[in-house]
Write a protein that binds this ligand. Structure first.
Ligand SMILES: N=NNCCOCCOc1ccc(-c2cn(C[C@@H]3NC[C@@H](O)[C@H]3O)nn2)cc1
Length: 447
């Protein structure tokens, strides 16, 4: 038996996002988001699922906070729906939207739970998309206006701010792969979006400092680890390109003030050219207080000529998979965290998302999701190894508190430690919830 012990100041939490849990899509003065539009476009989301009701958390947030109180967590990471604050993206402020988030935050603080607020978790106001969305640099200014309002409104209540969740998903997944909203398939457009997100991030950090807001600010890229199948140069280079796509492209500009040259050249050969304006890189590379890391999976890959965007193919190396088909690959978690530490410095890191899609249902009032508990154990071992290796880990927030709307997969894929019956909205704490509760209380667990 091994005891996996975490540092005494380790923080623990859970994470969710507005469009995935709130519902009440047409209540409280909320405007339309691109995910309302995308999810109601035939063929985009499994079963035609959408966020109209979701987990009903807009009305059930007090119950959700009672569950978090029972869990004993330090942090609750949630996101604000921009269309609840500015229904048209800019212009008139919706007071009902602000009131909702004040009620949420006040209740969290009453329970001694720190709010960690993500300003952008993908639900762009449709009115801004109609004017070009993130391809239009004017959206940067609109975001800055939204962020500044939120900073001033919640000054003293929210002390941990995240500008953008998973800029890779917002840019490449949503505008090149096309799997997420708004569903474009244009590499140049995706590159423009990625750059504008980073400029918006940098401008927001600058404004946060200028306003003298008490607290910390960062962003939350998603990462995966692609390990070369062999030590052949071609396999190593192919995996370097894919890791560069998910990581370096979004880390180098913030931490080094430049885009990774090997990726710039690769994208140019694919017909996508960076469109950088004077001062952009200095804006993007504003120092941040913490880095959020979202890790789910990784695996082994190798060179394959003309395969995909990077002459790379994933190799099925026989790893066990979660129910969404992703490898269970805790080694990749350790590799990516030590890679970040070695390449970008000892920046404070919160794991802002890590969890497993395990679709076990309720039987006799229980959910026996042992595979999720096993996933969490294996990844928390990898996390503790990275702490032992000098990575500056400040906290771990599992994705997710609740089963919720998993984007293009709709409600078919369940990531929660609490089961949600989408017909009745009944919550059922899973076995993994009780394991995580014990781990949070002890700050250690046994393998
Ligand atoms: N060219 N690229 N590869 C080919 C791409 O295939 C198409 C599908 O790709 C992906 C890639 C990544 C994801 C994903 C989902 N989550 C989970 C959420 N994280 C934020 C929170 O909201 C969670 O719900 N994290 N990542 C989905 C689909």
């Amino acid at each position: 038996m091994t005891i996996i012990q975490f540092p005494k100041d380790m923080k623990w939490g859970v994470a969710t996002a507005s469009y995935q849990i709130e519902g009440a899509a047409n209540e409280g003065g909320r405007g339309t988001s691109i995910w309302d539009t995308f999810s109601k476009t035939p063929g985009k989301v499994v079963n035609g699922d959408n966020g109209d009701v979701a987990c009903g958390s807009y009305h059930k947030y007090e119950e959700d906070i009672e569950i978090m109180d029972d869990l004993g967590v330090d942090f609750y990471r949630f996101s604000v729906a921009w269309p609840r604050i500015f229904p048209e993206g800019t212009g008139e402020v919706n007071q009902e939207g602000l009131d909702y988030y004040h009620n949420l935050v006040d209740r969290l603080l009453e329970k001694g739970i720190e709010p960690m607020c993500t300003l952008y978790h993908w639900d762009l106001p449709q009115a801004l998309q109609d004017k070009g969305g993130w391809d239009n640099r004017e959206t940067i200014e609109a975001f800055l206006q939204y962020a500044e309002l939120m900073f001033k409104e919640f000054e003293g209540k929210i002390k941990h701010w995240i500008t953008f969740n998973e800029p890779w998903c917002v840019s490449f997944l949503s505008n090149y792969v096309g799997a997420h909203a708004p569903g474009n398939n244009d590499l140049q457009l995706a590159m423009n979006v990625a750059h504008h997100l980073l400029v918006a991030h940098g401008k927001t950090v600058i404004r946060f400092r200028e306003l003298g807001i008490k607290g910390q600010i960062g962003y939350a890229p998603n990462v995966e680890w692609n390990e070369p199948y062999s030590n052949k140069e071609e396999d190593i280079d192919a995996c370097k390109r894919v890791n560069g796509y998910f990581m370096d492209w979004f880390f180098d500009p913030v931490f080094k003030g430049t885009y990774p040259d090997f990726m710039v050249k690769w994208f140019e050969e694919k017909g996508a050219v960076l469109q950088i304006e004077e001062g952009d890189m200095e804006i993007i590379s504003q120092p941040i207080d913490f880095l959020g890391i979202n890790y789910y999976s990784g695996g082994v890959g190798r060179y394959k000529e003309n395969e995909g965007l990077f002459d790379h193919e994933k190799v099925d190396a026989g790893y066990l998979k979660t129910d969404i088909g992703w490898n269970i690959y805790p080694e990749g978690f350790y590799k990516v965290l030590t890679h970040i530490n070695e390449n970008y410095g000892n920046v404070p890191i919160y794991i802002t998302e890590n969890g497993a899609c395990i679709n076990d249902g309720v039987e006799n009032g229980e959910v026996k999701d042992d595979r999720r508990t096993d996933y969490l154990k294996q990844h928390l071992v990898a996390l503790q190894r990275s702490i032992e290796s000098g990575v500056n880990i400040k906290g771990y927030l599992t994705w997710s508190l609740l089963d919720n709307f998993e984007w293009a997969e709709g409600y078919t894929m369940r990531f929660g430690i609490v089961h949600v019956n989408y017909r009745t909205l009944e919550r059922t704490k899973k076995d993994s919830f009780y394991w995580y509760k014990q781990t949070v209380a002890n700050n250690f667990f046994e393998v």
